[in-house]
Write a protein that binds this ligand. Sequence first.
Ligand SMILES: C[S@@+](CC[C@H](N)C(=O)[O-])C[C@H]1O[C@@H](n2cnc3c(N)ncnc32)[C@H](O)[C@@H]1O
Length: 284
Amino acid sequence: MLRGINVPERKKADKVRTAVAKHYRKIAKEGKSCCDITSEDSEIVKIYTPEDLAVLPGDAKNSSCACGNPVAIAELKPGQVVLDMGSGAGLDVFLAAKKVGPDGRVMGVDALPEMLAKANKYAKRMGFSNIEFRKGDIENLPVDPDSVDVIISNCVINLVTDKDRVFREAYRVLRPGGKLAISDRVLLEDLPEKAEGDLELWSACVSGALKEKEYISKIKSAGFVKVKVTDRRTYSEKEARSFIKEAAKERKKKTKLDEETAVKAFLAVANDRIVAFKPVARQY
Ligand SMILES: C[S@@+](CC[C@H](N)C(=O)[O-])C[C@H]1O[C@@H](n2cnc3c(N)ncnc32)[C@H](O)[C@@H]1O
């Protein structure tokens, strides 16, 4: 330990951050989504409604890295200010912008310039004037305190090593009474030992996931109240195997992890949708 800094933890966080950035930079540059969008039973069709998909330009649909639909639980109203933590190519920002209308505003924050460039390209094409994308880290949001009505986030917090910090930041920027509406991966069972800390599975939103109970307790520790899991979607073995096969095709090289371990790891996760509120009055 160096004066309160845990060096192994910091090294682990740096390794994870580098691997995650490399993974999503490649996806952004190659114009790809994180899931197969070509088949009828593709992830994006399970996640978004036909009405949602109709709003998005064709190639934006190919840029989804979602594991849920936080806008569907956000109950957005015209005029609200919304923040999307880890906005990727901007799909949820566009859906939120439609809901809050021209009197509202939606900010997307993402760490990668390549993702922001893609999101800005789509925003320009769709003609939105109530959208802004900012470069930044969700552990240190470039957003004023008490300035946001609703925070959404889709499959991002699992990627970060310091989740306590993310929830503290979310609490800081929400106005009193503001709502957190997130989709994220959590664990319902232990990961296979070999999968723990595996950087490929971490980047694929699996190995960084926390047990659901621990995740909820971190949200509460940050000060949020009325924390509720509104729904939970798990994968079938067929879906897990299909993800692993797709990922292997993409990589074109062998991974350290065997297929059976990777499948077991995918079967341990759930895609949760969670809502929580910042109390109206400060809690002491
Ligand atoms: C799984 S993708 C989800 C993207 C988007 N929410 C969606 O549903 O398509 C994860 C995104 O989070 C971003 N990201 C990862 N770690 C981040 C961090 N610490 N701060 C900000 N963005 C981060 C990545 O650049 C990537 O765009």
